[in-house]
Each structure stands twice: as C-alpha cells, then as structure tokens.
Design a protein around this ligand. Structure first.
Ligand SMILES: Cc1ncc(COP(=O)(O)O)c(C=O)c1O
Length: 381
C-alpha cells in the first residue's frame, strides 16, 4: 500500500487529555477530563472577548449557542427546536417544575436512587406537590413493578434517572415512559450520567423531557446543561420561572408583555455563560467524533476488567447483575471511602467517595493499567 492510500493511524485520544501526564484519572462521572480541544475553544472565546467585546454577540456567540443546541439535540436524537440551554440540571428541572399544573395531579414520583437535586425541585413545593419516593431494594436499581404501583391518575410526572449515579445501573426509560403515559402522567429523565457514555434516543424512548450537560461524560465542564422537551408539548409549557431569553422578540425590550418562543428556547431564562459553552463545544468535538456507540464499545471492556480485578482482589462491588445494564460507574464497598480517596489522591489516582463506597468511573481514555494502580493502592493496607 502506498503512503498516499495508507489509512490514518488511530487517534490517540488519551494524549488529548493532559491530566493523564500527571495522574490516573478515574472520576469522569464527577467531572469529565479537560481535553486540549476544549482548551483551544475556550482560548478562542477569550480572544473574541478581548478583540471584539460585545460585538461578538452579534454573530459568533449567537451562532455558538445555536450550534450547541443543535449538537446536543443530534446527540440524543431530538428533533430541531426541542433543546433549551441551561446552566445546570437544577435550573433545567425548575423550568419543568414551574410549567406543570398540579391542581388535578398533585404527585411527582421519583426513586430513592435519584441525584437529590431531582426530588428537591418538588420537595420545595410542599403543600402543592406530594413527592412519592419509590425505594430501591438493593441500592442498585428499582423494579419497574414498584414504579408501576406508585404511578396513578394523581401523578403529574415521573422524574427519574437514565443511569443511576449511585450504582451505574441503566434504567429502562422506555418502560418507565410507558407506565407514566398509561396513567396520563409525563416523564422526565435525568440523563446526566448517561448522555455521552451510552447511546440515547429520546424519540424511540418516548420520554417527554430529558436533561444532561457538560459536567461529566460530555466533557464540557461545569456551567452548561440542556433540557429536551417533546415537540408537541412545547405549546403547553409556560414556566412560572423565566427570563428574557425565553421571549420570542427579546430585543424589543418590551416590559409589558411576555410572548414566549414557539420552540424550546421558551424554557430558557437569562444570558448563558459563554465560556462553558465553548468548553462544551470542544468536548463535543471529541464525543461526536467517536459517537456514543463507539464510546460504549471502548469503555465497557474497561468496566468489566475493573470489576474482575476488584473482585479478584477481594473487594465487594455494587453493580447491576446483568452486563447490559451496567455502565461506566463502578462502586467498591469501603468502610472509610473518604480516607481511601485521600490515599488514592496522594498516589495521584483521582477517584470519588460516596457513602460506604469508593466510586471509580473509567471512560474511553482510560487503560486497564489505571485500574490496576487503583486496586493495588486500595488493597495495599
Ligand atoms: C444524575 C445527576 N443529576 C444531576 C447532577 C447535578 O445537578 P446540577 O447540574 O444541578 O448540579 C449530578 C451530579 O453532579 C448527577 O449525577
């Protein structure tokens, strides 16, 4: 084969994440590693700010926002016009929580495995909303039958995770949507621990709302998130918490009337933080290049290797029983997880502590030697 036709060498993604020069990074489920591409994009943003000031809003920054909405949408199979940008999941949830009518349906069903900011949105509405918590029997997942028993004609919304942050188990969100819809309720999925590391198709899953963002598997850092809302619901959503970015003619600066965008921007609020937007566009350059299916194909052998190594070393794992329900979060039982994570950090191994567990989260840029180093350090004393 001539040099001209030789295939390009496979890309060395690990080399694009400088943290690996200094550390063993096993904490992507808290914060995805910084890529050189995000740094380049952030520098672009700073250059624009320095050189053009507010004039950058007129074209490039506005286009960056539109591009981010479009790319988030493509990633989760969402039709155009169904993505709203938010600074974090909590504000995305607020725009949903403040759109619903609880008078005839005063209940919101969650599970005991949600990231707490999900139930907090509705616990804050005590007196108006009753939060029904479906308990997990094993701390790993929640039986569909238990969700089925909790949802009824008084349920406004089922709000639950795609991947549980506390076990890495993947939930069958299509089945949850089916239960919710059969009872006339809506379903919101917190996909923060899913989008990027597993393929997501919001249309095939038939969910009404889906949120995720930059912090973890989408490699965008903090300060940028998104909310998908089903196209045919949009006209019914008019959040009681809003801002001028939701106004369809925001530059008329009309203080007398609020006329919302027809598309999902009606669920946005104030001026977005542009630096995180640029960091996220860089992270998405990597995620989109591989695609979530390829990312999962590369990551899952690492996950299974980590589980094998941990069990072989005598550590107890809290993971889904079936391999196809597992994702890139591996919980290792530990009496003193805070101390263990500190000792790992002293050896430049970055992990995370959760009650009773050390949490490790390999991603496509890890290698099996990363796990070996972590397990060896965890079991040394
Ligand atoms: C599943 C899940 N949802 C939400 C969050 C965070 O929510 P917010 O963006 O409001 O801080 C996290 C972790 O940070 C999470 O793991």
């Amino acid at each position: 084969m001539s040099a001209a036709t030789a295939p390009a060498p496979p890309r060395d993604y690990r080399a694009e994440f400088p943290i690996f020069r200094r550390s063993v990074y096993l904490n992507s489920c808290s914060l995805g590693a910084l890529s050189t591409r995000s740094r380049v994009r952030v520098n672009q943003f700073l250059d624009l700010w320095e050189e053009r000031g507010a004039a950058a809003w007129y074209d490039v920054w506005w286009e960056a926002l539109a591009s981010l909405r479009e790319r988030y949408g493509r990633l989760i199979g969402a039709p155009p016009g169904t993505i709203a940008l938010h600074p974090n999941i909590s504000t995305a949830l607020t725009s949903v929580a403040e759109s619903l009518d609880y008078r005839l349906r005063p209940r919101v069903v969650v599970t005991s495995l949600e990231f707490p900011t999900v139930p907090y949105q509705w616990l804050a509405k005590a007196g108006q909303v009753e939060v029904v918590v479906v308990e997990s029997p094993d701390g790993v997942s929640v039986p569909l039958e238990a969700i089925e028993r909790a949802v009824d004609g008084r349920t406004a919304l089922v709000a639950t995770s795609h991947v549980f942050f506390t076990s890495g188990a993947i939930q069958d969100i299509r089945a949850v949507a089916e239960i919710a819809h059969r009872n006339g309720a809506l379903v919101l999925v917190d996909g923060y621990q899913a989008a990027g590391q597993i393929p997501v198709d919001v249309v095939a899953s038939d969910v009404d709302f889906y949120c995720a963002g930059g912090l973890k598997w989408l490699l965008g850092g903090s300060g940028v998130a998104f909310l998908y809302a089903r196209a045919d619901l949009l006209g019914t959503l008019a959040p009681r918490a809003t801002g001028w970015f939701a106004h369809r003619e925001q530059f008329r600066f009309d203080p007398h009337s609020l006329s919302l965008h027809a598309d999902a921007r009606r669920l946005e609020a104030g001026t977005p933080a542009m630096l995180p937007v640029y960091a996220q566009l860089g992270g998405l350059d990597v995620v989109d290049e591989l695609g979530p299916a390829e990312i999962r194909r590369r990551t899952m052998p690492l996950v299974e290797d980590l589980i094998d190594q941990a069990q072989w070393a005598g550590l107890r794992t809290k993971i889904a029983a079936r391999e196809d329900e597992r994702s890139a979060i591996v919980m290792l039982a530990c009496d003193d997880p805070g101390g263990a994570v500190r000792r790992l950090a002293e050896a430049s191994i970055i992990a995370d502590a959760r009650p009773g567990h050390v949490r490790l989260s390999p991603y496509f840029y890890n290698v099996a030697d990363d796990h070996r180093a972590a397990i060896e350090r965890l079991t040394r004393d």
